[in-house]
Design a protein around this ligand. Structure first.
Ligand SMILES: Cc1cc2nc3c(=O)[nH]c(=O)nc-3n(C[C@H](O)[C@H](O)[C@H](O)COP(=O)(O)OP(=O)(O)OC[C@H]3O[C@@H](n4cnc5c(N)ncnc54)[C@H](O)[C@@H]3O)c2cc1C
Length: 469
């Protein structure tokens, strides 16, 4: 069906409505730019809506290392009784738990407050690139037809780096191992008896993962750590594959091989938790639609099998009800766009600071899920955070495209921590603000922007750049 190309004009276009994209769009619009966010799905928020905890927002010491956009979002959730707050896992990190149903509303409230235009059910299929390498338009297809969206800056928050790759930026996928992290589908169960569940946890310490960082463990025993975990009163537990509860279930054939059953609260009112337990490994390429689609049936069956298992075998779940699956299959790892700086394993694990170039932070351990029952988990030194330099968000050779989120410029290990939702939101806020400042100053290339002025603006608007471990 031949269709006329429509035209639209914005100052800033953001591709992708996940954690990084919604932050980028809100920041660009808050800083005065006419901003469009384009999302293939029917709703905005991406994995923010999955029910999982938001990791990398705080370090293991409990200090917030991400602020600004995320604080505004959490305030919205809190105003609708959808904020459960920070919980320590006494394993590796502190995370924030929210109600994903409330989060759907909170995301829209923040975007609309700042005047962002959103196009959902819209797929970006092509680019218009000038002879100087400057991107001038994004071709978007949706029910209304095909539209070239013209803008001065393009913010690639697609997770896969779709704009950056089409514009010619170099990228990596996997490493010498050829491995890619498995795909998973989150689900939720309500009417969980938390006190009963926590009593079971206290009596089954060997089944739980705790004290995996020296800073958290100190001189404490597993039992002492589980007692602290349970004292928080929240249904937040990590059953490890090496432990008897999960290990025996896999050996009996009750469950498909998995590294974890992670349980985290999503709603006090519904006595509801999110379960992270399913996986399809085998190095599925998350940019191959047929390959991803082929995992859905298997993951759905794993969801149902795990939910049934929990009702039968885990105290506290006897009266629990299946409460729904996440809006989409979760893809942990695809392309990493190579930028002016590449965040390394050493940078993140040592908690390195980049005072002259930091625009965001992360704090989650390096977290690389593998096929079967294994997972690489490497803590950040001293329960602290690491900095993400601006150069990680600048794809090589592109003057007016920036990236944020899981497609940042990093090694596989660097991305294995920076991919969590805290740093994704912080990176998004950084590039949205940077794009706005470039337009204010009439700069053609984002590299002309003085990073100290960007850092100053980010801090004025609540971002955390320094002052924490
Ligand atoms: C199974 C799983 C478990 C995880 N567990 C946690 C956890 O517990 N805590 C945590 O903090 N993080 C967790 N993560 C990591 C984290 O959720 C993601 O890495 C993060 O949300 C990525 O955000 P993003 O904005 O980079 O990309 P995404 O959330 O992937 O968003 C990208 C968006 O772009 C859209 N898009 C892509 N291409 C196009 C296109 N061409 N046209 C239009 N739209 C497009 C997609 O539809 C998508 O909505 C998990 C991830 C997965 C998959």
């Amino acid at each position: 069906m031949a269709q006329r190309l429509r035209q639209a004009q914005f100052d800033v276009v953001v591709l992708g409505g996940g954690a990084s994209g919604v932050a980028a769009a809100a920041a660009a619009a808050k800083n005065g730019q006419k901003t469009l966010i384009v999302e293939a799905g029917a709703m905005l928020g991406g994995e923010l809506l999955s029910g999982m905890s938001l990791d990398g927002v705080l370090n293991a010491r409990g200090e917030y290392v991400v602020g600004g956009f995320s604080s505004e979002l959490f305030d919205e959730c809190r105003s609708m009784d959808g904020f459960i707050g920070p919980i320590h896992d006494y394993r590796l990190i502190c995370y924030v738990c929210v109600d994903p149903e409330v989060m759907k509303i909170a995301v829209m409230r923040v975007l609309e407050r700042h005047g962002v235009t959103a196009w959902v059910s819209s797929f970006a299929e092509d680019l218009v690139v000038g002879p100087d390498g400057r991107v001038s338009g994004l071709v978007v297809v949706n029910k209304s037809g095909r539209t070239v969206v013209n803008a001065r800056h393009f913010l690639d928050c697609s997770g896969d780096g779709d704009i950056a790759v089409q514009a010619g930026a170099p990228f990596e996928m996997s490493d010498a191992s050829g491995d890619l992290q498995p795909l998973s589908l989150m689900f939720r169960m309500s009417n969980v008896d938390t006190p009963h569940l926590l009593r079971f946890a206290q009596g089954n310490v060997a089944s739980l993962a705790v004290g995996e960082s020296d800073w958290i463990r100190g001189t404490r025993s597993d039992q002492e750590l589980v007692d602290l975990l349970v004292a928080q009163g929240e249904p937040s537990l990590f059953f490890k594959s090496e432990g008897p509860f999960l290990g025996d279930a896999i050996r009996r054939g009750d469950l498909a091989p998995t590294a974890l059953i992670m349980i985290q609260p999503t709603s006090k009112a519904r006595r509801e938790v999110c379960i992270n337990a399913t996986r399809v490994g085998g190095n599925v390429d998350g940019t191959n639609t047929a390959a991803v689609s082929a995992t859905i049936g298997t993951l759905m069956e794993q969801v149902w099998r795990t939910a049934s298992f929990l009702k039968r075998q885990l105290p506290g779940f006897e009266q629990a009800a299946f409460a729904g699956v996440a809006p989409r299959v979760g893809i942990r790892e695809t392309r990493r766009i190579m930028g002016d700086y590449v965040l390394t394993r050493d940078d993140v694990v040592s908690g390195r600071k980049f005072p002259d170039s930091a625009v965001a932070k992360g704090a989650q351990h390096v977290d690389i899920h593998q096929s079967g029952t294994t997972q690489i988990r490497i803590p950040i030194a001293n329960g602290g955070s690491y900095d993400i330099p601006f150069g990680c968000l600048l794809p090589r050779g592109l003057p007016n495209v920036m990236v944020a989120g899981r497609c940042l410029s990093a090694t596989r290990e660097g991305m294995g921590t920076a991919r969590t939702m805290g740093p994704c939101m912080a990176m998004g806020q950084a590039i949205g603000t940077a794009a706005a400042m470039c337009i204010e100053q009439n700069l053609d290339n984002v590299r002309e922007l003085a990073v100290d002025t960007l850092q100053h603006r980010l801090k004025q608007q609540g971002a955390v750049i320094d002052g924490v471990h």
